[in-house]
Design a protein around this ligand. Structure first.
Ligand SMILES: Nc1ncnc2c1ncn2[C@@H]1O[C@H](COP(=O)(O)OP(=O)(O)OP(=O)(O)O)[C@@H](O)[C@H]1O
Length: 436
């Protein structure tokens, strides 16, 4: 008989073996060390209870789960997951799951856990909330970008969390101990750009007092985040390109050549390539800044993250009359239906207003005010209306599933039961109608 324990202890990464019934049948030493547990405390328990503190398997909470995939026939699964670390804080991990068969014909999930995050980002303000597959795929790209040295271009609508993502990259990169410096390019008048980025000497231009270091110098050794990079005027684009190519510049009004070792992370909500075609953005600069590009999905493409985000944003508001603010189930269900053109920032504003309106801290649907009422989604994205055409079966089905999800507060197991279909079928339909 093979010594399974000895075999898995050879692995440097945490590793667990899980049976069809979600029970952990073996855990290696790296796992016990990483999560501060004794082997006998985890072996025999269900994986979702141990890592998620949840009584139901992860896929029933709307998460991508290696267990369900492997036991439905997939041989290898690679995905990013969020679970709890040794101190009970959420942690991003990369899971590599393998389908393993024993000699007696039983199947197991062998799961290797690669920890993506250090604990340094667990301060609440900097924590990126989200467990939806779309969000976790994005976190995986951000993690890969953090480990590289190439410049990163973050793409996404306003308020999706591009600045937060830039900080995430910085704090996980080798530059983490050095400065992170951010500039919103849309907020700087053209005449001040150069001085802002490269600094100026005393008296370099009218109204300037003293000598000042620019952002490139301030960010030396670290990361410079240029938000809304599409707003940089063409004249400035040429200067920026030169600095990125040579790593050298002069302060405005200065002679001394200054060198700064800066990693650039930029962000835009514009289509920069279209701007290149229109002659409004330099192509050579585009290729300089877009070494790695990462798209951040808008909130409406990851609706399942809305309740957790709303709770965290509400938690940041503290208490009223000594009691924590809280949402009623109906309020949360309503929040999930809106399209959020302003993304997480808009959600934050809506939550703040709702809290101000709720007399005893309990937020009901009547306290939730959507600024763009027409963006509230009562049905899944319907195709453009065609006059005198009865709705197609698929439209009716999508609409019905969306309503059931709202009624059951996103609990997919209950929705599947209510619809009389298996959860796998429900998952396929959710993906097909983009209801995840
Ligand atoms: N995944 C997330 N988890 C927690 N908070 C988030 C998340 N994404 C965004 N936020 C919060 O939403 C707000 C807006 O985020 P941020 O400023 O990073 O967006 P942005 O995409 O840079 O916006 P803009 O394009 O308008 O500059 C911030 O308060 C940020 O902390």
């Amino acid at each position: 008989m093979l010594d399974i324990q000895g075999l898995i202890d050879l692995q440097d990464d945490p590793f667990v073996l899980i049976d069809r019934d979600y029970r952990i049948v073996a855990a290696n030493s790296a796992y016990c060390q990483a999560y501060g547990v004794a082997r006998e405390d985890v072996v025999g328990r269900r994986c979702h209870e141990v890592s998620h503190h949840s009584r139901v398997p992860c896929h029933e909470n709307g998460e991508d789960c290696p267990h369900v995939r492997v036991f439905s026939g997939q041989t290898r699964v690679d995905l990013v997951h969020v679970h709890f670390d040794a101190l009970g804080r959420p942690e991003h991990v990369k899971l590599v799951g393998r389908r393993l068969a024993s000699v007696d014909g039983r199947t197991y999930l062998g799961e290797q856990i690669r920890r993506l995050a250090g604990t340094e980002l667990d301060c609440d303000e900097l924590r990126m909330i989200g467990r939806s597959p779309a969000f976790l795929a994005c976190v995986e790209h951000l993690t890969a970008a953090a480990q590289a040295e190439a410049p990163v271009l973050l793409l996404g609508e306003s308020g999706v969390g591009k600045e937060l993502a830039a900080q995430y990259i910085h704090r996980r990169s080798e530059r983490a101990a050095k400065p992170f410096v951010a500039l919103d390019c849309a907020a700087i008048p053209e005449s001040l750009f150069e001085a802002e980025l490269f600094g100026h000497e005393r008296g370099a231009f009218t109204g300037c007092v003293g000598r000042r270091e620019g952002l490139f110098e301030q960010a030396d050794g670290g990361t410079l985040f240029l938000d809304e990079i599409g707003e940089i005027p063409l004249s400035m684009q040429a200067k920026l390109l030169r600095v990125l190519e040579t790593g050298e510049f002069r302060r405005v009004g200065g002679r001394e050549i200054i060198r700064a070792d800066v990693r650039l992370v930029s962000a835009t909500n514009r289509d920069l390539l279209a701007m290149v075609d229109e002659g409004r953005f330099r192509q050579d600069l585009y290729y300089r800044i877009a070494g790695i590009d990462v798209r951040l999905p808008p909130l409406r493409e990851r609706r399942s993250d809305i309740p957790a985000l709303a709770e965290v944003l509400l938690g940041r508001l503290g208490t009223r009359d000594g009691r924590r603010y809280r949402f009623s189930d109906e309020a949360l269900a309503l929040l999930v239906q809106y399209d959020y053109p302003g993304n997480v920032r808009e959600l934050r504003n809506i939550v703040q207003k709702a809290a101000a309106l709720a007399p005893n801290g309990l937020i009901g649907p009547e306290h939730i005010l959507f600024p763009h009422e027409r963006d509230r989604r009562s049905v899944p994205e319907a195709p453009a209306p065609v006059p005198d055409r009865p709705p197609r079966m698929v439209e009716l089905e999508a609409r019905h599933i969306a309503e059931m999800l709202t009624r059951h507060q996103g609990n997919r197991r209950r929705v599947a039961q209510a619809l009389g279909i298996s959860e796998r079928t429900l998952y396929r339909k959710l993906a097909r109608y983009q209801l995840r």
